[in-house]
Write a new protein. Structure first.
Length: 311
């Protein structure tokens, strides 16, 4: 029943919109970001359906409508919340407009605004989570082996990690056969590259989600921090969305992101006054405090027969 309702809702969302919206969702549904936007939208609608909410939603394509035009023509006195946009320049424009109702931006920018809340899958969050794990494991020096050609994919994460971990990071061309007790090794590359490295140390070896692929071998002892919804089955809405259209892990993360965007939206709709909340989300532990939304990914370690969650 839930699955049929979700499919019907997804189809209707593409064809018709209500006369007014309680929630206005701004996404680039065409253009270069359309593929990512589709997964976010599916995750958002799946979580919305599972929640049983009756709030009316309108989706607007930011590739075909300017932010000025959307806010002028689509917002009404009944609009309670805006979700989006995804592109940073558009979020900057929203901040310039100084909206009077809450806006949940789906990316992060340097500028802050009282009514624009920023939620993202920021590499900074991944770096903070991994640095916390490195400290817990007693790693004092980090050796970094990087796959040639993937620098742009890991650049933001690496810069953020350097800021968190400190100066004792060394780039290497190959890993030593054995790490000292206080050394750790970080692999920055994709899964195929990691497989070609051969035997790895079984302790204090780390990677990013770029190295993890669904159904593929993970070296024993490898630790990484990622979106928790990919590693447990507690989110029925995501399972149904995935059944409708199987995704790679990169797009599964966006499904989870869209689902948490709906859960955060619910908090804004249900609370009045000074909004505060925290919950265990699909993308990590989510908390709103000091007028900011924080996300803490979960960290995992491959054991002999399973993936262990690291508390």
């Amino acid at each position: 029943m839930y699955y049929k309702k979700y499919c019907l809702l997804l189809g209707l969302a593409a064809l018709v919109s209500p006369v007014y919206a309680d929630i206005l969702v701004i996404l680039p549904e065409s253009g270069t970001m359309a593929r990512a936007s589709q997964s976010i939208k599916r995750g958002f609608l799946s979580a919305y359906t599972a929640s049983g909410s009756k709030e009316k939603i309108i989706f607007v394509d930011s590739e075909k409508n300017s932010i000025d035009s959307i806010f002028k023509k689509k917002l009404t006195a009944k609009t309670r919340l805006v979700v989006g946009s995804l592109a940073r320049p558009e979020i900057e424009k929203v901040i310039e407009l100084d909206p009077k109702i809450p806006v949940l931006a789906l990316n992060d920018v340097n500028t802050q605004s009282a009514n624009v809340w920023q939620y993202s899958l920021a590499k900074q969050d991944d770096a903070v989570a991994l640095n916390r794990l490195l400290k817990k494991d007693g790693v004092k020096k980090l050796l970094v082996l990087r796959q040639t050609g993937t620098e742009s994919a890991t650049a933001l994460f690496f810069v953020a990690l350097m800021a968190e971990f400190g100066s004792d990071i060394e780039m290497v061309n190959q890993l030593p056969k054995k790490l000292s007790r206080k050394e750790g090794a970080l692999l920055l590359g994709d899964h195929q590259w990691m497989e070609q490295l051969g035997p790895l140390p079984e302790k204090n070896i780390y990677a990013t989600p770029l190295s993890i692929e669904q159904g593929q071998f993970i070296p024993l002892g490898l630790s990484f921090c990622d979106v928790p919804a990919l590693y447990n089955g507690q989110w029925a809405d995501l399972i149904e969305a995935y059944k409708k259209q199987p995704e790679t892990m990169a797009f599964q993360r966006l499904l989870a992101f869209g689902g948490d965007a709906w859960t955060i939206s619910q908090q804004f709709l249900e609370q009045t006054g000074q909004v505060q909340f925290s919950f265990v989300g699909r993308t990590g532990a989510i908390e709103l405090k000091d007028r900011k939304i924080y996300r803490q990914p979960y960290c995992y370690r491959q054991q002999k027969n399973s993936i262990e969650i690291l508390k």
